[in-house]
Design a binder for this molecule. Structure first.
Ligand code: G1P
Ligand code: ZN
Length: 544
């Protein structure tokens, strides 16, 4: 066993995006590819001697190989101890929980979130810092600069692979590896926050639930939490076995991809409550019996009902949402007298606000909701939060939403995604929208007055860092919005996202369907972007 310094050359494009570095597995399998990125991260960290590191992933194809490489590089750099989930498994929120609980320097998360997995699909890696949250932009930029000039990496050689299938301690050189149960620490944290006996009681009294783990990482967590601890019947967890290729599926909890759950929740004998999570466990979709809860509304409902939940009884300090997320939570904040922040897309922007104690709850329209219990969005946490509210209020999901809207008004909301569009065409769509800005300002569009058109820019209230170019906004005088943004997480071509919103104080003037209520804005979005003819697409790939 010896530490080797291996000569290498830079790869082009190892720039971490919204959620780390994501590429095809085949790219990660190229010689030195993963090693270069890990070394660039370790260079950014500097002296790590004596520190603790956390490593885990969503179990997708190449997870095991990647973990062995990271362990040997960590040992070569003098880490004192590494905590690894058994079989290399840790959901993203569980990793955040473990980093915080054991005061680790940080952790590597191996995941490409909801992107499909398997030898021909996606892999990803990201580094989370000591607060348990994604590394800030200055840190990831530093990693990127390191990747462009790297000449060597350091790794322990002449050692066998570590057996990660048994919990316990093993030595790797001078470094101690602790293989921990993936679920225990996380499940303990959930029991501190939520009233498990009340939820157990709800589930024991004719209240049925279904949870779709989509053959990804939340399967083992959901089985322990819902079936073992909360006593839900066996089979409550659908697609509960975490598979290396996620069963060939696309584990993104939305109405298109979580088809098994949606079919079940819209069937004649639908359960009272349904939920799904994504590949790495940070997203959530909430459904009632034949009823879809828009994620923006879900955040607002959690904020309005937080006082009913043990962990938030003392009150919440403030709320935050990403810019494209609907303003439903703003209405709640206004009424409760809470600070409300509007940040760019991506969870990393919430970290500073939470660390400073300014924000307790935060969320994104993209099925991400969370709180300051960890520094990642957290799928199962959101599901438990809903169940806790349902246990206290003893109402249906639909009735909770309807009474929420009658109290706060309703933000009709939808997101239209055009996936895997030709990159040049996507750029043309954005340029077309921007070129219309000057002439739209102060004019009528979709029967409303345009108040302002801009490209969203954010100044972090804590560290004053500026993030510009975060999405093209058309803001109307009546509070409606149309937003155009290019995805930062796709791996094939470009994905155009159009976010549409209108506010109604009295939502009973409309039916329940958001697409109907937003029809004029949807048509306007097409006309000012020329999207259909520029991309050749007739309709969105996904409508939320
Ligand atoms: C998407 C979501 C965004 C989320 C990110 C990571 O990013 O839209 O809200 O933070 O995934 O889960 P996008 O592809 O839009 O850049
Ligand atoms: Zn995810």
């Amino acid at each position: 066993m010896h530490v080797s310094t291996v000569t290498t050359t830079p790869f082009v494009g190892q720039r971490p995006g919204t959620s780390g570095l994501r590429k095809k597995v085949k790219v990660f399998q190229e010689q030195h590819y993963l090693e270069n990125f890990v070394q660039a991260t370790l260079n950014t960290l500097g002296d790590v001697a004596g520190q603790t590191l956390v490593v885990g992933g969503d179990g997708r194809f190449y997870n095991r190989e990647a973990i062995q490489i990271i362990l040997r590089m960590a040992a070569a750099h003098g880490f004192k101890r590494v905590l690894v989930g058994q079989d290399g498994i840790l959901s993203t929120p569980a990793t955040s929980c473990v980093i915080r609980k054991y005061d680790a320097l940080g952790g590597f998360i191996l995941s490409a979130s909801h992107n499909p997995a398997g030898p021909d699909e996606d892999f990803g890696i990201k580094y989370n810092v000591n607060n348990g949250g994604p590394a800030p932009e200055s840190f990831t930029e530093n990693i990127y600069h390191n990747t462009t000039s790297i000449t060597s990496y350091r790794i322990l050689e002449g050692v066998a692979d570590i057996d990660l299938s048994q919990q316990g301690e093993v030595q790797l050189g001078d470094m101690q590896i602790q293989i921990i149960d993936a679920v225990t620490d996380y499940a303990e944290l959930m029991q501190e926050i939520f009233d498990f006996p009340a939820i157990k009681d709800l589930l024991a009294h004719d209240f049925s639930i279904a949870f779709d783990a989509m053959s990804a990482v939340t399967g083992p967590y959901a089985q322990v939490i819902f079936e073992d601890i909360l006593g839900a019947p066996q089979g409550t967890v659908m697609n509960g076995e975490a598979l290396e290729d996620f069963g060939g599926g696309h584990p993104d909890p939305n109405l298109t991809y979580a088809k098994d759950l949606v079919d079940k929740m819209y069937a004649d004998d639908a359960p009272d409550f349904g939920a799904a999570s994504d590949g790495d466990g940070d997203r959530n979709m909430i459904l009632g019996n034949r009823f879809f809860v828009n994620p923006s509304d879900s955040l607002a409902v959690l904020a309005a009902n937080a006082h009913l939940v043990k962990g938030y009884q003392g009150g919440i300090s403030g709320v935050a949402r990403s810019m494209p997320t609907s303003g439903a939570v703003d209405k709640v904040a206004e009424k409760l007298g809470l600070e409300c922040f509007e940040t760019p897309t991506g969870w990393k922007f919430f970290g500073n606000l939470m660390d400073a104690g300014r924000v307790t709850l935060c969320g994104e329209e993209s099925f991400g909701t969370g709180s300051d219990h960890v520094r990642e969005k957290d799928g199962l946490w959101a599901v438990l939060f809903w169940l806790n509210i349902l246990a206290v209020r003893q109402e249906s999901v639909e009735s909770i939403l309807v009474s929420h809207w009658s109290e706060f008004g309703r933000n009709f909301y939808s997101r239209h995604d055009y996936e895997a569009v030709d990159s040049a065409a996507a750029q043309q769509v954005m340029d077309t929208v921007r070129s219309n800005f000057a002439q739209l300002q102060g004019q009528q569009l979709a029967g409303r007055n345009v108040r302002l058109c801009d490209d969203f820019s954010y100044t972090d209230p804590i560290d004053a860092s500026i993030s510009s170019g975060q999405g093209l906004r058309i803001l109307f005088a009546d509070g409606s919005r149309i937003i155009f943004r290019l995805s930062g997480t796709g791996t094939a071509g470009a994905t155009i996202r159009i976010y549409l919103e209108s506010f109604e104080q009295d939502p009973t003037q409309h039916g329940l369907d958001a697409q109907d209520a937003l029809a004029d804005l949807i048509a306007a979005a097409d006309s000012i972007s020329n999207l259909k003819s520029l991309t050749g697409r007739e309709k969105p790939s996904v409508i939320t």
